[in-house]
Design a protein around this ligand. Sequence first.
Ligand SMILES: Cc1cc2nc3c(=O)[nH]c(=O)nc-3n(C[C@H](O)[C@H](O)[C@H](O)COP(=O)(O)OP(=O)(O)OC[C@H]3O[C@@H](n4cnc5c(N)ncnc54)[C@H](O)[C@@H]3O)c2cc1C
Length: 451
Amino acid sequence: MLSELIAELPEGVVVTDPDILASYRQDRAADPSAGTPLAVVRPTRTEEVQTVLRWASAHRIAVVPRGAGTGLSGGATALDGGVVLSTEKMRDIVVDPITRTAVVQPGLLNAEVKKAVAAHGLWYPPDPSSYEICSIGGNVATNAGGLCCVKYGVTTDYILGLQVVLADGTAVRLGGPRLKDVAGLSLTKLFVGSEGTLGVVTEATLRLLPPQHPPCTVVATFDSVEAAASAVVKITGTIRPAMLEFMDSVAINAVEDKLRMGLDRTAAAMMVAASDDRGAAGADDAAFMAAVFTEHGATEVFSTADPDEGEAFVAARRFAIPAVEAKGTLLLEDVGVPLPALAALVGGVAEIAAQRRVLISVIAHAGDGNTHPLIVFDPSDADEAQRAQLAFGEIMDLAIGLGGTITGEHGVGRLKRPWLAGQIGPDALALNQRIKQALDPLNILNPGAAI
Ligand SMILES: Cc1cc2nc3c(=O)[nH]c(=O)nc-3n(C[C@H](O)[C@H](O)[C@H](O)COP(=O)(O)OP(=O)(O)OC[C@H]3O[C@@H](n4cnc5c(N)ncnc54)[C@H](O)[C@@H]3O)c2cc1C
């Protein structure tokens, strides 16, 4: 079967070297149940993706789409006997400054997109902390969020059009460089966040904005996480900050261990907030946030209008996951709640950590109510690994109980799938499955993920 595919594609597109296959088995979630694929296929053009899917349909072979493999929910975990379709060699971009759009292939990294459009004086806002290492196709497939999303929205808000290859190999174009377009069902949005289960994104038309104004940044430390969480609710109820990020004491110390930048190791929580409104308005919002932090008991508040100084704290926040990862293996959560429930979520996570006797660090895109409890465990300690798994489920149950979500931005993938029904209920789950069945009746696209 594989020789048929090899014959139909240019030389080198299909890779079967066992060492290379091994490096495509897992994404950053490091799912221990990952299989070993038959092959990794690295197409350069939409037509080659079509060839792969026609072949896979004919032979009923599972295809796991993969961008840069930075996903945190096991969505790109390889399957035994399947193929991994990596978009890493699809890297073209064309920017149109007149319509303020860019047409981009999926394998370009988010940071490369930002750089290419910045050369035309434009800005692509979505900024996952992983922006230097994740692909734009992966961002589309997970509907990635990030730090500035509290003001600017998430990936789907910047997707005007897509080209998608369906399970049977048909390539469809949806939407395009039009700011308003309601012709037909809203299918572009259906594919955003579909985690490779409905089609392979081979091109995206992105909406771009004029450049961001230099931000005013406010950093505050607290001796209680609840105090920090309540400050968030006050701020978002009054203004629209461009960033409102949270780190707990474990994350602060883990980052300080690595970066040595003088963070307050004794603080229970640190907030990094910013306003990018122009001129005096930005300074006013920064002053307002500083005042709210003080009112809510901040132990120290520091404001700066120097973008480089501010960026150092933002970089510290972005570095939190790799820093905590240095302490052990991580089970990464992505639970979110309506903002008034943020303090209850953070408090509930602390109770679970105490009951299950596992270290859980919490970082958060706090202004979105989207938290990342990071459960640290030693996989060679079977008892601790089991307690970590129990905590993983209990945190999602807690979020659902607070009217929240099991995933704000990383996707369901394979690791959170058992909790999906508990959040969306049987009717919505059945509707998801009917859509999957209609688009991929042979269930070859990323089976076992997301839905
Ligand atoms: C340190 C760190 C920080 C992070 N911070 C954030 C953050 O702030 N916000 C955030 O949202 N995420 C964050 N992430 C998670 C991750 O970077 C995002 O989910 C990202 O969008 C994944 O992109 P990727 O290219 O690595 O995709 P992959 O991991 O390769 O794939 C992710 C999913 O998308 C599917 N997929 C990939 N490409 C395509 C395609 N072309 N067509 C169809 N399906 C496809 C895969 O099948 C899989 O289901 C972080 C990850 C790390 C390691």
